[in-house]
Design a protein around this ligand. Structure first.
Ligand code: SAM
Ligand code: SF4
Length: 306
């Protein structure tokens, strides 16, 4: 168990339609774990092998304390890598503060390079802010990865554009299979096989290669006509269950052994009652592989942290 994903808020300044199909969440600030509680969970997780922490959300950069949380985690010498997953809209203005706090790498979610389409998908006209965020991240963090959820008849025509964008910008693009929620149809689903076929058609033969630094579930491929390898995350057609090395902590203190299951352990209660955090972490690790449900989401991704 090396990887702890921490959602610091379920709030977001975007409304990506694939992420919040039931509309925005309504958590209160008081529901969130305090920075020192998050620090205590990280400290307790180290003996189990955790050495990489990813800060996510909702949108982590809408929470004012996010840099403070990163600073607290980076003070723990056993944490080798602190990464961020962000929609990038606020990264341009916050990148320097995050670097000072100890952030080392950034994944930026971007599903289209077209301004009008960005608004359709996310509800806001903020493509230029994301592009500024990518520029600021490139100056400070490594690696910088772009996460693109591919959706049929929404953005599947941009796979080639993203590959070229990644080559031009010197970043890594990762295409993610759209994960349907329990209450929505598969109409947007676009498989890894289709993604690979599209890239091969445009850029020639592809060979599987070692990816850049990271503990994630992406497999990487190098196409003859591209400079950089391209990542694909087959969350639906090939869920990485057997090699899964991660735990998820929600912003309200639930510890989730598995992305595909709502089963959780209540760490917030344990923190409030001065209970044994290590005991709960151990229980969650032991539960891994036993609680998994079919590859459909039964919570908003903004609640799960991706
Ligand atoms: N707000 C941040 C962001 O957008 O990067 C962090 C949280 S977001 C929930 C984390 C990741 O989950 C993003 O890369 C997003 O694209 C992905 N995601 C959200 N809903 C998804 C879905 N239904 N299928 C696949 N990926 C999804
Ligand atoms: Fe917000 Fe990220 Fe979900 Fe989009 S994918 S609504 S940016 S949490």
């Amino acid at each position: 168990m090396r990887y702890l994903r921490i959602s610091v808020t379920d709030r977001c300044n975007l409304r990506c339609r694939y992420c919040m199909p039931k509309g925005p969440l309504r958590s209160e600030a008081g529901d969130r774990l305090a920075p020192e509680d998050i620090g205590a969970v990280v400290d307790a997780a180290i003996p189990f092998g955790i050495d990489t922490v990813r800060i996510t959300g909702g949108e982590p950069l809408v929470r004012k304390e996010t840099a403070e949380i990163i600073k607290m985690i980076s003070a723990n010498a056993s944490v080798r890598n602190i990464a961020l997953t962000t929609n990038g809209t606020l990264l341009g203005e916050k990148a320097a503060e995050l670097e000072d706090a100890g952030l080392s790498s950034a994944n930026i979610s971007l599903d289209t390079l077209k301004a009008a389409r960005y608004r359709e998908i996310s509800g806001e006209e903020l493509l230029s802010s994301v592009l500024s965020g990518i520029k600021a991240a490139k100056e400070r963090f490594s690696p910088v990865k772009i996460n693109c959820v591919v959706m049929r008849r929404v953005n599947d025509d941009e796979i080639g554009d993203f590959c070229r964008f990644a080559d031009d910008e010197g970043v890594v693009v990762r295409f993610i299979e759209f994960m349907p929620h329990l209450d929505c149809s598969m109409e947007f689903f676009y498989s890894k096989t289709e993604i690979i076929a599209d890239i091969r058609e445009r850029f020639g033969e592809m060979t599987e290669v070692e990816g850049p630094q990271g503990l994630g579930p992406a497999r990487y491929y190098k196409a003859d006509g591209l400079k950089n390898p391209v990542g694909v995350i087959a969350s639906v057609t090939s869920p990485p269950c057997f090699s899964c090395n991660r735990l998820r902590l929600t912003s309200d203190g639930r510890l989730l052994p598995c992305l595909y299951s709502a089963a959780h352990f209540d760490l917030k209660r344990e923190l409030k009652d001065g209970g044994n955090i290590a005991y709960v972490l151990k229980a969650a690790i032991d539960a891994k592989g036993r609680l998994c449900a079919p590859a459909r989401l039964n919570m908003n991704m903004a609640e799960l942290g991706g």
